[in-house]
Design a protein around this ligand. Structure first.
Ligand code: GN1
Ligand code: MG
Length: 351
C-alpha cells in the first residue's frame, strides 16, 4: 500500500485514499486525498535519477532564490519528512516525495487552443526569466547529459551495433532517415561552441501537464522540477513545440492525425517571448524553430534506440511501442521541416 509511506510525512495514513495519477513514463505518481486535503506522491526512478538528493537540493536552491527575490511567485515545494528532509527513503523500496496539491488549480493533458499554448509558454519563459540572475552552474545536473544531442546520437549509433538485430533490420527506413538528418546534430555542436548561447536554468520537461492553471485558465506556475538544471533554452522551447504543435501525441499511431498548427506556433512564440525577449540573445531567438527540430529529432532517436535496446529505458506497453513512438516523432519532424519557412516568417514578427 502506497499510503504506508504517509506517516513519514507526518500524515495519518488511515483516512487517505490513493490512485495512480498522470502519464509520466519515468517516475510513478499517485494522487493522495481525503475530504480535507490533496497531495501528489511520487516515487523517484533511481535508475534515471541516480542522485535523488540532487533534485531536492536544486529545488531548495531555486525556491530560496525565488522566495527572496520574487515573493509573489508561487513555487510548489515538497512537504518535509518527520526528519526534515525533502525525500523519504524506504529501505528496500526507494525514495518518495510528497507535494501539496495547489487548491483551485488544474492541469491539461493536451493543448487544444492557442490560449492554452500561450499560457504555458509564458509560464516556462517566466520561470527561466525570473531565474536569469542566478548562476545556473550552481545547480546539479540531475541527469548528466540529459539533452546532449551529440551523446544521444552516439548512443543511437551504439544501439545499432549492440542492439536487437532483428528489430534493427526491420527498421531500416527509420535508421536511414535519422542518419540523413545528422545536420541537426552538427547544428547542436555549433550551438555548444557559440558563446551567444547561454547556459541557463531550464525546466527540461515543458509538457502542458507541467503547468498549473487557475479557474480562469491563466497560468499559475510550472511544476515537476526534477529536471530543472543548467541547459540551453532550445530544450524548453523545443519540447513545447514537440508536444503542443500537433493535435496528436507521441502515442498516436495514425500519423495522418499529426500536423503542425501555425496558430499554436504563434501562441508559443508570443507567450515565451513576452517573458524572455529581454533575456535571450539574438542568436538564441533566431534558433526558435531549430529548437523544435532538435527536440523532436532527439526524442525520435531516444525512442528508436530504446526499441533496439529491447525497451530497457522507457519500457513498452505493447510490442513495438517505442518503434511506433519513434515513427510518430519522425513524421512530426518531417512535417515541421516542411513548414520551416512559414514558421520562420511567423517567428520574425515576434523577435
Ligand atoms: C520522459 O517521465 P516523463 O514522461 O515526464 C522523459 C522525457 C521524454 C518523455 C517522452 C527523465 O518524461 O525526456 O521527453 O518521457 N524523461 C526522462 O514522453 O527521461
Ligand atoms: Mg516529467
Amino acid at each position: 500500500m502506497v499510503q504506508s509511506i504517509l506517516p513519514e510525512f507526518l500524515l495519518a495514513s488511515e483516512d487517505m485514499r490513493s490512485e495512480p495519477f498522470g502519464s509520466g513514463l519515468i517516475n510513478s505518481t499517485w494522487r493522495i486525498y481525503n475530504n480535507q486535503a490533496e497531495y501528489i506522491l511520487q516515487k523517484i526512478n533511481t535508475s534515471v535519477f541516480q542522485h535523488p538528493h540532487f533534485i531536492a537540493e536544486n529545488v531548495r536552491k531555486i525556491a530560496d532564490y525565488l522566495n527572496k527575490k520574487y515573493p509573489d511567485y508561487q513555487i510548489v515545494v515538497p512537504i518535509k519528512t518527520r526528519t526534515n528532509q525533502e525525500l523519504a527513503f524506504v529501505e528496500g523500496d526507494g525514495y518518495y516525495r510528497l507535494v501539496p496539491f495547489v487548491k483551485g488549480s488544474h492541469t491539461l493533458n493536451v493543448v487544444n487552443t492557442p490560449e492554452e499554448a500561450y499560457e504555458a509558454a509564458k509560464q516556462f519563459g517566466k520561470f527561466t526569466a525570473l531565474l536569469s540572475g542566478m548562476d545556473a552552474r550552481e545547480l546539479h545536473n540531475t541527469i548528466p547529459d540529459f539533452h546532449n544531442l551529440r551523446l544521444r546520437y552516439d548512443q543511437f549509433q551504439q544501439s545499432l551495433k549492440k542492439g536487437n538485430q532483428e528489430r534493427i533490420a526491420a527498421a531500416a527506413g527509420a535508421v536511414r532517415y535519422i542518419q540523413e538528418q545528422v545536420s541537426i546534430v552538427e547544428e547542436f555542436d555549433a550551438i555548444c561552441n557559440n558563446p551567444e548561447f547561454k547556459i541557463r536554468v531550464m525546466h527540461h520537461d515543458t509538457k502542458i501537464n507541467n503547468v498549473l492553471l487557475d479557474n480562469n485558465k491563466k497560468g499559475i506556475c510550472v511544476i515537476d522540477l526534477d529536471t530543472v538544471m543548467p541547459g540551453y533554452f532550445i530544450s524548453d522551447a523545443g519540447d513545447m513545440l514537440r508536444t503542443y504543435l500537433s493535435p496528436a501525441s507521441e502515442e498516436e499511431t495514425d500519423l495522418s492525425k499529426n500536423s503542425i498548427r501555425e496558430d499554436i506556433f504563434s501562441a508559443i512564440v508570443r507567450g515565451y517571448m513576452e517573458e524572455m525577449k529581454a533575456v535571450l540573445t539574438p542568436a538564441e531567438k533566431a534558433a526558435f524553430v531549430y529548437a523544435g527540430k532538435f527536440m523532436i529529432y532527439m526524442q525520435a532517436i531516444r525512442f528508436l534506440a530504446d526499441h533496439f535496446n529491447n525497451d530497457v529505458y522507457y519500457g513498452a506497453r505493447y510490442k513495438g511501442h517505442n518503434y511506433n513512438r519513434a515513427m510518430n516523432q519522425i513524421d512530426l519532424l518531417q512535417k515541421l521541416i516542411a513548414k520551416e519557412k512559414i514558421l520562420l516568417g511567423i517567428l520574425n514578427k515576434y523577435i
